[in-house]
Design a protein around this ligand. Sequence first.
Ligand SMILES: NC(=O)C1=CN([C@@H]2O[C@H](COP(=O)(O)OP(=O)(O)OC[C@H]3O[C@@H](n4cnc5c(N)ncnc54)[C@H](OP(=O)(O)O)[C@@H]3O)[C@@H](O)[C@H]2O)[C@@H](O)CC1
Ligand SMILES: Nc1ncnc2c1ncn2[C@@H]1O[C@H](COP(=O)(O)OP(=O)(O)O)[C@@H](O)[C@H]1O
Ligand SMILES: [K+]
Length: 632
Amino acid sequence: MDVVTAEEMRAFDRDTIERLGIPAIALMENAGRAIAEEVIALCRRRASEAGVPGGGMWGAGAGAAGGVVRNSEAGVPGSELGRDGAGVVGGEARHVGAGTARGGVWRNGAGISGAEVKWEGAGTTGGGMMRDGAEAAGDVAGALSGRGAPGFGADAAGFSVGGDAALTLAGAGGEHWLVLAGKGNNGGDGLAAARHLREAGIAVTLVYAAAPESLAGEAALQRDAAAAMGIPAVVYGKDALDLAACSGIVDALLGTGSAGAPRGAYAELIAAANASGRAIVSADIPSGLDADTGETHEPCIHASVTVCLAFLKRGLLQYPGAGAAGRVVVRSIGIPAALAREGGVQVSLLTPEVLTARLKVDLARRRSPEGHKGTYGHVLLAAGSLRMSGAGLLSARAALRAGCGLVTWALPEKLLPYVIGSVPELMLAPVTGGDGEWNAGTAAEVLRLSTSRDCTAIGPGLGRFEGDTEWLRRLWEETEGPMVIDADALNILADTDYRSWSRRHPVILTPHPGEMARLAGISTAEVQRDRIGLALSYAVQHGVILVLKGAHTVIATPEGLAYINITGHPGMGTGGAGDVLTGIISGLLAQGLEVDQAAAFGVYLHGLAGERAARKRDHPAALIAGDIIEAL
Ligand SMILES: NC(=O)C1=CN([C@@H]2O[C@H](COP(=O)(O)OP(=O)(O)OC[C@H]3O[C@@H](n4cnc5c(N)ncnc54)[C@H](OP(=O)(O)O)[C@@H]3O)[C@@H](O)[C@H]2O)[C@@H](O)CC1
Ligand SMILES: Nc1ncnc2c1ncn2[C@@H]1O[C@H](COP(=O)(O)OP(=O)(O)O)[C@@H](O)[C@H]1O
Ligand SMILES: [K+]
């Protein structure tokens, strides 16, 4: 799934309207319909969870951020990416990629999951889910199609009649939604949604943030159509308004055209909507969110559902924006998906489909019947010190669990007695360099060891030592094969301008945000402000594969492509989890995966294992790094 900036989105809008000749009003109509369908789906979900046939339950209810989303919900077509709030009991995880990857990666029941994740290949399960919508309790279309209508004889006659299931809501009379409309096209989308909601029998009131006369173009057409249908409207600041006196709010105040923090009436409406406690469905992005960086301005809507239009926006994947968006559903509105490919969109959501179709990863990780340990490669790991002996053990065990044939751990001789026998599958190669600890002289020994290995991983638990820059420089310039650089080895790089170092083979850097800050010479807060943008520019400028760790890890390539991973769990915030990732990526490299494949697939598998490990604990806070290895 492609992930775009606001500017790219505008270009695709323009292209669709001007080159393909699809009128802007048609796109807005599709957007409005999609938003209305998601509002109705939310009403159904919370009604079914409350045991009420149809709508009618006011309040944020189960649809609110942090609520539980179930697979059995009456869905609508489209791809979606939903999350529960951290620590919600009963969250679930589900990844459905289109095509080959699908069967292998279905997962359910993440249990206590802070990262409920769900995506579906558009146009595959999507269509089927729309039909399933008819099965919602008391659904008119369901009855029309013969289900639950004895005597209609649909099956016998081979004849059936379907209705507009996704835009039908039993118990709609119990719902009253406010549509907050800005004066741009985002407002226009909301106004179009209002008509569809009204058609479904839901009471709707429009709340204009600005004088309705100030709307222009397609948004003005929508304003007039809503007025002609007699939909009641109030103007903020002019008419009386109680945002809590409704069953839900559509946020169509600001979209990709917004700039800076919301001002005036927009800011006041956002704050009041958040304070109302009602479920909020955002059109395209939560108002107040920076669509590119994920920065949340003050104030920013906290949505239950965000109906993202046409393409996933970068800001919806990056925290804190990802937290403000609630459950994200990407809905097509008539802008061809191919425009993103042709337009050179750089960023993709790391789905099983992207792993197989774009990165050509064999998710099944087939092993040859005649294979032996030599078939699956040999990792050399340079890691560990007396104070951090465990880091090397974690990386080495993770590499083995990732499926490589052999791991040799180059470690300081003084550490050897303490780790002998800890991991019997491991080969230990003590390096001395004179004093039995890491020192500049050990570079030659590590280099010698590396000659017969398929990849080299450097850094976990390494510590810093005199001459470490020269030490790393020699390994950087002289080791054959791909290299993974982590932890203190990253800090060594951060202290020097390594761009002058020469290297013939690819390098993967795996910084957490603190290490990234040191590498880039900025603060950690600045790193987190736009993780995708920073990872991309750093990878391109330094010619490395950059794995920027943390929730929604970004994998960026020197060619200027990036993949955003959404597997993982907050329970993985525990010492050594990063050492495990280094081991997994190295283990995949040794098996012959290319650097971009190993980095992306390694991050993906690491996250899956973290989710699985979290499910196994009574509470995910108990998760420790070794559990991730055992869950691989
Ligand atoms: N055919 C299409 O183009 C399609 C468009 N689509 C939809 O359009 C959305 C983009 O629409 P857009 O470009 O009209 O901008 P939008 O987000 O409505 O905001 C602009 C308005 O907000 C105002 N404003 C800005 N910043 C502000 C602030 N900080 N605080 C307060 N006000 C602020 C600004 O006012 P100004 O500053 O200019 O006076 C202007 O009036 C997109 O997200 C999607 O929903 C899709 O359906 C696909 C098809
Ligand atoms: N909230 C989270 N969601 C998903 N993954 C997480 C989360 N917190 C941490 N992780 C993952 O756990 C790992 C932690 O790595 P790191 O900070 O380097 O740990 P250490 O240095 O102790 O080994 C990273 O891969 C990171 O992406
Ligand atoms: K919005």
